[in-house]
Design a binder for this molecule. Structure first.
Ligand code: C5J
Length: 271
């Protein structure tokens, strides 16, 4: 669509087929040509709105919503953590998941876990921690953080459906020693909407890895949690500081409003 407009903030870019490229800038005196992408989705966010040029390019990435981190008998509890902060976000993550399923958008789940012989677990990781149980030990839900064990599965409320991508990862970041980057490229994904646990460990590591690879990342504040609320808060603040140095943050409500084409800013929900 071609619009002639007087002095305004303008999109200086070009649009083609299924995408566009450009940047916002101040209009000069006179007439500006604004190229508006037909498919643009805008989500109210901090430090400023998050724009998705085409929903085909976005993926919901749900990090490590595993029984090992959220349920008793798992890794999180063995490390002496209070699980309630993580359990609180389950309905919100489910809401996002269902919205993405309804709109048939790309969904990626990740699982942190190791091979049964622990050959993919560095000694440093194995030795670290002062918990009652270590990685590979027999816990209340099978061997701690070992792939295929009951406790290593995603919690039943968020079980992936056939067709949804599941990345198993030996590290904290979802890019390290996984196929994630190839999968994103093959799906032409450029924008990641991220939730899951824990905010300052696997979520933040993944977001930083993604940012360095050129992905536009939006963290959903009420769909992520830490065993330590102050770490969650600090992570949110450091991600969006300095004009969004790592990316954007928003709320699930604002993601859903944006996906429905009615970008709503609910300041009360923004932390
Ligand atoms: C941790 C994770 N915290 N998924 N893993 O060890 O954040």
């Amino acid at each position: 669509m071609l619009i002639l407009a007087p002095l305004v903030r303008v999109w200086r870019g070009i649009e083609w087929g299924d995408g566009e490229m450009g940047r916002w800038g101040d209009g000069v005196l006179g007439v500006n040509i604004i190229m508006v992408s037909k498919n643009m989705t805008s989500i109210a966010a901090q430090p400023y709105d998050y724009e998705v040029p085409d929903l085909k390019k976005v993926a919901l990435v749900i990090i490590d919503m595993q029984r090992d981190f959220l349920e008793t008998g798992g890794f999180g509890e063995a490390l002496g953590n209070d699980l309630s902060h993580l359990q609180e976000i389950v309905p919100t993550v489910k809401l996002l998941l269902e919205a993405f399923r309804q709109q048939q958008l790309t969904i990626i789940h990740t699982i942190e876990g190791h091979l049964p012989d622990l050959s993919d677990c560095p000694l440093s990781k194995l030795k670290r921690g002062k918990g009652t149980l270590k990685i590979g030990d027999a816990g209340g839900m099978g061997r701690i953080l070992v792939l295929g064990e009951p406790g290593n599965n995603i919690i039943p409320e968020l079980t992936p459906l056939p067709g949804e991508i599941v990345i198993t990862k030996p590290g904290k970041g979802a890019f390290y020693a996984t196929d994630l980057e190839n999968i994103l490229r093959s799906h032409s994904i450029t924008h990641l909407i991220i939730g899951g646990v824990t905010t300052e460990v696997c979520v933040q590591t993944t977001m930083r890895e993604a940012n360095d690879r050129g992905y536009e990342c939006l963290l959903v504040e009420d769909a992520t949690a830490s065993y330590f609320p102050q770490f969650k808060q600090s992570t949110i603040e450091m991600i969006r500081a300095q004009g969004g140095i790592i990316g954007w943050t928003t709320t699930a409500h604002q993601v859903l409003s944006g996906l429905n084409g009615k970008s709503v800013r609910n300041e009360k929900l923004i932390t």
